[in-house]
Design a protein around this ligand. Structure first.
Ligand code: NAD
Ligand code: GLY
Length: 353
């Protein structure tokens, strides 16, 4: 079992992270023990698969399950959760436990941040993506008006419980989804990149990917510790995400992780047109992304999809801001007019897919 602790900036709180087999047993029991009342938030799929475990782990606890899926990551779902928390008479000294993927984790985290101006939150991530990325670092949000994560807050969880037991029920598509964020971390951290290149033939094996969870958490935490509220180096974790978010919300057929893999490659191409990049490294990165995707998918015309990039929260003024890979562990944040951005990504799309 690996364990990390970090102090939450501007508060006396600490965040404890447990990763490994058995994390959902004794470490979770210890984490919930101080709270008078607990409240579990999950989604319908996770409830179907793990409802018995939830009931046994949290007896006499209100359990609310939202419908599964990004399309329910909305202010409406958030509000109905907040109403249920009020109905359960949760108080400042109580805690919300989010059991699920990044969607339930992001909404649950935001509800914990807002309710009575902030109550304790325990994240129990059940997807690969949520274990390697979304449960760590305190970003919480819902989508609004077709824009990803437009309404949110930084709210660090008190505890994160990443137990590989949950990963055994994930369908292949959700495994690929987690791989998007794992490759993103690899693009930013040379030791992880080497592990991905060495394991290229095993990128669809859950056992291999589960063995990477610990390294991913350690890497992400090193970034979050340095820059918890994304004023500097944490921007690197948005690698490929401007384009990924636009594709995800408009193409619908591709998952978040698949869009991240495409976004990394397309923004890497855009960077090559305007910056001094390590072309050989970007070729190797493209190879890993293609292996993770099982080949690049045929893309429809992208112009309409890319319009959503205009509203990305990272933008400065009228320009679109991207965070692109440029070399091993190196990235560049740059802004450009939307028309130029869209033409560059369309060119890259025609070249790659
Ligand atoms: P998700 O939460 O929708 O889960 C994917 C699917 O897997 C859902 O149908 C869910 O019901 C199901 N599922 C969950 N656990 C399962 C299990 N153990 N076995 C079988 N099925 C299971 O999606 P996700 O990929 O986990 O997360 C994507 C979301 O995370 C996006 O909204 C994205 O914006 C967000 N995200 C947030 C951060 C952050 O820092 N907060 C980082 C990356 C992504
Ligand atoms: N997933 C990007 C971040 O946490 O900053």
């Amino acid at each position: 079992m690996r364990e990390w602790t970090f102090s939450v900036q501007k508060s006396a709180r600490v965040c404890n992270i447990f990763c490994g087999e058995g994390a959902r047993e004794e470490p979770l029991a210890r984490a919930v023990a101080p709270y008078r009342k607990r409240f579990v938030f999950t989604d319908a799929n996770v409830h179907r698969l793990y409802g018995n475990w939830i009931r046994a782990a949290f007896p006499e606890t209100t359990v609310v399950a939202m419908p599964a899926g990004e399309e329910y990551k909305t202010p409406e779902t958030l509000l109905s959760l907040l109403r249920a928390m009020a109905q359960a008479e949760l108080h400042r000294g109580d805690c919300l436990i989010a059991v699920g993927g990044g969607v339930a984790g992001d909404i649950g985290g935001l509800a914990a941040a807002l309710y009575m101006r902030g109550i304790a939150c325990i994240q129990v991530p059940t997807t690969l993506l949520a274990q390697v990325d979304s449960s760590v670092g305190g970003k919480t949000a819902v989508d609004l008006g077709g824009v990803k994560n437009l309404v949110g807050a930084f709210w660090q969880p008190n505890t994160v419980i990443a137990d590989p037991v949950f990963l055994s029920t994930l369908p292949p598509r959700e495994i690929r989804c987690g791989l998007g964020e794992i490759v993103k971390h690899g693009a930013l951290h040379a030791p992880l990149f080497s592990r991905l290149e060495e394991g290229e033939a095993r990128l669809s094996e859950i056992g291999f990917l589960a063995s990477l969870v610990e390294d991913n958490i350690a890497f992400k935490l090193s970034v979050v510790r340095e820059d918890p509220e994304e004023n500097g180096i944490r921007k690197s974790l948005n690698l490929g995400h401007t384009t990924a978010h636009a594709l995800e919300l408009s193409l619908k057929t591709l998952s978040h992780g698949e869009c991240v893999l495409l976004g990394i490659v397309l923004e890497g191409e855009l960077a090559q047109e305007r910056l001094d990049c390590d072309k050989e490294y970007l070729r190797r990165l493209r190879t890993i992304c293609a292996a993770a995707l099982g080949g690049f998918p045929a893309l429809p015309p992208l112009r309409e999809a890319l319009r959503l990039a205009r509203l990305d929260k990272k933008n400065i003024g009228e320009e679109v801001t991207v965070t692109a890979p440029i070399g091993m562990g190196r990235y560049a944040v740059f802004s450009l007019p939307w028309e130029e951005y869209a033409r560059g990504i369309e060119r890259a799309g025609r070249k790659i897919c």
